[in-house]
Design a protein around this ligand. Structure first.
Ligand SMILES: [Zn+2]
Length: 268
C-alpha cells in the first residue's frame, strides 16, 4: 500500500507561510502555491509508480529511443534546477492520444500520441508543453486551491489500488484526470502559459516551433471517432493557435539560428 501523508499541522503551517509571501510563475504571473516542492515531487513520483503498475511500457526499442531523444533534448534547455535532474521518461504501450510530465522529474508518453504527432517537432510541442506545466508549478497551484477549499489533503492520500476519491483528487491535481476518468481541465491561464513556455523550450532545443501549430490542428482534426485524451485535460480553444502564431516571430529566429549552425534537433 502506498500512502502520501500531509499532516494537518504541516498543511496549516504551509497556508500561513503563503499568507506572508506569494510566488510568481516563470512568466511573472502571481501564484497561490502552499505545498513545498518536495511534497509535490513525492506525489508525482508515487503517481508515476502507480501508472507504471497499470500500463505496460512499449517494447519497441526504436520508438522508445525517439521519445527519449525528444525529451532529453528539451530537458537540456530547462532552467538549471530542472535540467540537472535525473529525469525518467517512459513510453507507455497504450492507444491513448496523451502525454504528461510530473513533479519529481517524470515524463510519460503514450504510443497513441505518436500517431497524431507526425514528426519530432510535433512530439516536442506536446512534451515541451507538459514540461512547462511542471516548471510553472501548475500542479502545486491546483493542489493549493483544493487545500484552501477543503481539508482533504490533511487526511492523507491513498494512491494504490482502486480509484479512490483520494487517488482521483491527486491525479486531477497533477493533470492526470484522463487516467482516472474524472476530468479537471487545466485552466485557460495555465494552458496559455504552458503554450508560451513550451514554444520557447522547443525553439531553444532546436525543434521547429511552427510545428506546434500543426500539432494542435492535428489534435482537433481528430479523424478518429473519439476526442484525444490530451484534449480532455488540456482543452484547446480558438485562441490557442492564434497565441502560438503570435509568438512565433519571437521564437522562430532562435530555431533558425540553430539550423544555420547545423545544430537543430535530430532525433528522427
Ligand atoms: Zn496543458
Amino acid at each position: 500500500m502506498v500512502f502520501i501523508k500531509v499532516s494537518f499541522k504541516a498543511a496549516l503551517a504551509a497556508v500561513l507561510v503563503v499568507m506572508v509571501g506569494c510566488s510568481s510563475s516563470p512568466t511573472g504571473r502571481k501564484q497561490f502555491t502552499v505545498l513545498p516542492d518536495s511534497q509535490m515531487n513525492e506525489m508525482g513520483i508515487q503517481s508515476f509508480t502507480e501508472m507504471k503498475k497499470e500500463t505496460p511500457a512499449s517494447s519497441d526499442a526504436k520508438l522508445r529511443e525517439q521519445v527519449q531523444c525528444v525529451a532529453d533534448t528539451l530537458i537540456a534547455v530547462l532552467p538549471d534546477k530542472y535540467r540537472n535532474q535525473d529525469w525518467e521518461v517512459v513510453l507507455f504501450n497504450d492507444e491513448q492520444v496523451n502525454a504528461f510530465a510530473l513533479p519529481g522529474y517524470k515524463v510519460g508518453v503514450y504510443t497513441g500520441l505518436l500517431k497524431v504527432a507526425d514528426n519530432q517537432s510535433q512530439l516536442a510541442a506536446v512534451v515541451g508543453h507538459e514540461l512547462a506545466h511542471v516548471i510553472a508549478r501548475h500542479g502545486n497551484e491546483r493542489v493549493s486551491t483544493q487545500l484552501a477549499t477543503s481539508q482533504a489533503l490533511a487526511l492523507g492520500y491513498q494512491l494504490s489500488g482502486e480509484e479512490s476519491p483520494e487517488k482521483i483528487a491527486i491525479f486531477q491535481a497533477l493533470g492526470l484526470g484522463a487516467q482516472v476518468g474524472i476530468i479537471l481541465p487545466f485552466s485557460r491561464s495555465h494552458e496559455s502559459e504552458a503554450d508560451l513556455l513550451g514554444l520557447e523550450y522547443m525553439a531553444e532545443a532546436g525543434f521547429d516551433p511552427r510545428e506546434s501549430v500543426q500539432l494542435w490542428r492535428n489534435m482537433s482534426a481528430g479523424g478518429e471517432s473519439k476526442t484525444p485524451e490530451l484534449l480532455s485535460t488540456h482543452p484547446s480553444n480558438s485562441n490557442r493557435i492564434k497565441n502560438l502564431q503570435a509568438n512565433l516571430p519571437k521564437n522562430l529566429p532562435i530555431y533558425e539560428a540553430l539550423v544555420a549552425q547545423n545544430k537543430e534537433a535530430k532525433c528522427y
